[in-house]
Design a binder for this molecule. Structure first.
Ligand SMILES: Cc1ncc(COP(=O)(O)O)c(C=O)c1O
Length: 369
């Protein structure tokens, strides 16, 4: 890897350069305030996130994985139920389903890398209870189609919005889809927590109440009414996320500008660029190119000091631990093919124009454009 030039995939240090003083002042005030758990910043953040998603309730928890697991359990998904999901996602999506005691039904993805609803229809069975729709890479699947599919088939729809905070399509925001939506604040996400963090957004007071219980040892009305967990977000994390939310719009603008530069740089090449329609407010959590020359491209970028990743190098149904769990699969080989073609380019908002140009020129050369 080039010593002189390094384009990092994420950059906490550059973020700190930009907003460090604000973060330090916030952290100091939370520590001086003394209420590390159940503090005001937690409730302020929950309200802010609920407003962003157009929802009535927000319940912050310790990770996006917990958020999904709690949302499923709170919505009534459990043992004996089947849950549909696209076969291409981060492992956490299926983790949550298995932790809830349900059986995953892996459905191959469509051209947009998200669950193919025609195949999902084929996958329906008497025990199918829910669909977990992943807004992969920060780009939303049409929420009206998802909701119609769920309604017509009597399914609970849970939005795995871990990657899509701030995304919208046709006036609908990510966070507003289905009975519950779950965002993540993992350090690689659009708004990174200092550690892990997640939230469940819902309009259903019963779901909100059950998530409340699940995140605090089953506590409700002065007693421990069910088996629960300890998944509380600290006031420090909540306050830091709030600070970063104030900068979200500027950072998203920058991500979109970089995405436009990439798309303009590659759309005449032997690769597929993500859709960049005006109606689709993609947040470009990841900028994912698809090319049959993926490995050569990754090697050329690595040699030039440019960090890339593959999201994802696996299909969920082939994860080693899946051998131990019952599951079903509706496969057309598309997700598997994508695992060999996708490559995520750096797209954090702290990239310089020079770095972005370097990514484009190096990649074009590697792809012989
Ligand atoms: C699609 C998807 N679902 C769920 C998660 C889980 O979120 P977390 O890492 O906060 O547990 C992530 C991210 O890590 C993700 O990308």
């Amino acid at each position: 890897m080039s010593e002189l030039f390094h384009v990092p995939f994420v950059s906490a240090d550059r973020e700190f350069e930009e907003i460090g003083q604000e973060l330090l002042a916030t952290i100091e005030s939370v520590l001086r305030g003394g209420q590390i758990l159940n503090g005001e910043p937690v409730y302020q953040l929950e309200n802010a996130l609920a407003v962003l998603g157009g929802r009535k309730y927000g319940r912050v928890v310790n990770s996006g994985t917990d958020a999904l697991y709690f949302a499923l359990v709170a919505a009534g998904v459990g043992e004996g139920d089947e849950v549909l999901l696209g076969d291409l996602s981060f492992v956490a999506t299926v983790d949550a389903i298995l932790r809830a005691g349900a059986t995953p039904v892996f459905v191959d993805v469509d051209d947009d890398c998200t669950v193919d609803l025609d195949l999902a229809a084929e996958a329906l069975g008497p025990r199918t209870k829910a669909l977990v729709a992943v807004q992969l890479y920060g780009r939303m699947t049409d929420p009206y189609l998802l909701e119609r599919f769920a309604r017509e088939n009597g399914l609970l729809l849970i939005e795995d919005a871990a990657q899509s905070l701030g995304a919208a399509v046709s006036g609908r925001r990510s966070g507003s889809v289905g009975v519950a939506s779950c965002h993540s604040f993992d350090p690689m996400k659009v708004i990174p927590a200092p550690g892990t963090g997640g939230v469940v957004l819902t309009d259903d007071p019963d779901i909100a109440e059950r998530v409340e219980q699940l995140r605090r040892w089953g506590f409700s009305g002065g007693d421990f009414v069910r088996l629960g967990h300890n998944s509380q977000m600290s006031s420090l994390t909540a306050a830091v996320i709030q600070v970063k939310l104030k900068h979200e719009e500027r950072w998203l603008k920058r991500r979109r500008t970089i995405a436009s530069t990439y798309s303009a740089g590659f759309d005449d090449g032997p690769c597929r660029v993500p859709e960049h329609g005006e109606l689709r407010e993609n947040v470009y959590h990841k900028y994912v190119l698809r090319t049959s020359r993926r490995d050569a491209l990754a090697a050329a970028l690595r040699a030039a000091g440019i960090e890339t990743h593959v999201h994802y190098p696996y299909v969920l149904h082939e994860l080693p631990f899946m051998e131990r769990y019952p599951n079903r699969l509706i496969d057309r080989g598309r997700a598997k093919r994508l695992t060999k073609e996708v490559i995520s380019l750096p797209i954090h908002p702290f990239l310089t124009d020079q770095e972005v140009d370097r990514v484009v020129t190096t990649a074009r050369k590697a792809l012989d454009v």
